[in-house]
Design a protein around this ligand. Structure first.
Ligand code: IFM
Length: 454
């Protein structure tokens, strides 16, 4: 869809949404992840991760880059926390790099790694920001990959051990823990589709990885709760609601099958304690080796469910379809805010779902830096329409507690390198300057609006 010239030239407008449009106590935040922003890949005892390895393999990353330097957040974190504070938000969702804490994924702990996250968390608390920690956002220690990665059941146990180590040090200051970010990506996208590290194309290995990720989640929940009595523990899923492209029964069946593989394969073990039967049968010989007791371990009571929403799946019997009349982002993802309302209402209707946080939502666009400005009108509209979608779900009784914009700043977008910009804040990778886009100013006007007092 083309955007009118007048909209392109418009100057930043404050948000018409305010905190009063959301439930009492609703939290606004921004999100990032370790490998995407930290850089300092070889400093202070950090061990190599699967992404360090993957980035060095020719052809894996579209611009040939890596997270070696990224946004240099490892060194610039005080300014970055000041920046977050200046946006008026309540909370910061960050992730912890496992190879900084345990360089080989097991055994010896690297004190300098824990020290870094302690400084970071203390810095948040000093600025009045609540830390929302994610323990695994894809940077698996390479040594564990060498032993089979998530295809190896042992990795689940190692993950729980690492979660315990982190909580023993930071548990007096970090209350909110998400175990995993988007296990669909770290299993299917990484072991079956081959687009993410370790870049395999093996469905059996992918389903085994997904099972061990979920098992690691369950074991980590137990470990976290045993260390931090007040812990609020959850998991973050990327959910992609599926819509049939037409009213034909064949498209409806295809959409149901997509939903099984993408959404229910993760939701149901976590919330029901079973894999979805239709999808299990469709996977045939490739299903994972589930040991007695695994599903009980996986189905831990959760304090929250993190939902990452970007777009919907429009599905036909012959594969993904495209709604040509729609607007698409620079990722070629359809802008479809109604999907977020539908998804949230469905989670409430179909499952005994815990309170929900939107842990990621945002869009990449082709931003243009003009002096000290980026007039990212389309991104402002994306945030506004999706926040309205969250509000609509809350009005329908969904217990949604907060919203984290993805992302605080432009960063390393995995296989796309630095070619896709998701930030509220523009990063000039030449000199690491941070420049507020119009969307950051818009979000600030919302987050800085007067809080509800009921
Ligand atoms: O950048 C990623 C993030 O790491 C996980 N969720 C989706 C984002 C955009 O692709």
């Amino acid at each position: 869809m083309s955007i009118p010239e007048t909209a392109i030239n418009a100057r930043p407008q404050p948000s018409v949404l305010t905190r009063h449009d959301f439930p009492a106590g609703f939290r606004f935040g921004v999100a990032t992840s370790s490998y995407q922003i930290e850089g300092a890949a070889h400093e202070d005892g950090r061990g190599p991760s699967i992404w360090d390895t993957f980035c060095r393999e020719p052809g894996r990353i579209s611009d040939g880059s890596s997270g070696d330097i990224a946004c240099d957040h490892y060194h610039r974190w005080p300014e970055d926390l000041d920046l977050i504070r200046s946006l008026g938000v309540d909370a910061y969702r960050f992730s912890v790099a496992w190879p900084r804490i345990q360089p080989t994924g097991s055994g010896a702990v690297n004190a300098a790694g824990l020290d870094f996250y302690e400084r970071l968390v203390d810095g948040m608390l000093e600025r009045g920001l609540s830390p929302y920690a994610t323990l695994y956002h894809w940077d698996l220690p390479q040594a564990l990959q060498d032993a089979g990665g998530w295809d190896n059941r042992e990795t689940a146990h190692r993950f729980a051990e690492y979660a315990r180590i982190f909580a023993e040090r930071l548990g007096d200051r970090v209350r909110s823990y998400a175990t995993l970010n988007e296990p669909w990506c770290s299993s299917i996208l990484s072991y079956q589709i081959g687009e993410h590290a370790p870049g395999l194309r093996d469905r059996r290995a992918a389903l085994s990885a997904a099972h061990h990720l979920l098992l690691g989640h369950g074991e980590a929940v137990l470990a976290l709760r045993s260390v931090v009595q007040q812990a609020e523990v959850g998991i973050v899923l990327n959910l992609n609601p599926a819509y049939p492209a037409t009213t034909s029964p064949a498209d409806a069946a295809a959409a149901r099958s997509f939903d099984g593989e993408f959404n229910r394969w993760f939701l149901e073990p976590l919330l029901v304690g079973e894999y979805p039967r239709d999808t299990w049968e469709a996977y045939g010989q490739d299903v994972p080796d589930v040991h007695p007791g695994d599903l009980q371990t996986i189905r831990q009571p959760l304090d929250f469910m993190g939902v990452n929403y970007y777009s919907r799946g429009l599905i036909s019997a012959s594969g993904p379809a495209r709604a040509e009349q729609s607007e698409f982002t620079a990722m070629d993802w359809e802008v479809y805010p109604q999907g977020l309302t539908d998804l949230l209402v469905r989670l409430k209707t179909d499952y005994l779902v815990p309170p929900i946080y939107i842990t990621e939502n945002g869009a990449a666009y082709h931003d243009v830096l003009e002096g000290d400005d980026v007039h990212d009108t389309a991104r402002v509209r994306y945030f506004e329409t999706h926040l309205n979608a969250v509000r609509a779900a809350a009005d329908q009784g969904v217990d949604v507690r907060g919203y984290f914009a993805w992302s605080l700043m432009d960063n390393f977008e995995w296989a796309h390198g630095y070619s896709k910009r998701f930030g509220l804040v523009y990063v000039d990778y030449g000199d690491q300057r941070r420049i507020l886009k119009d969307s950051a100013k818009w979000y600030r006007s919302l987050a800085s609006s007067e809080a509800r007092d009921d």
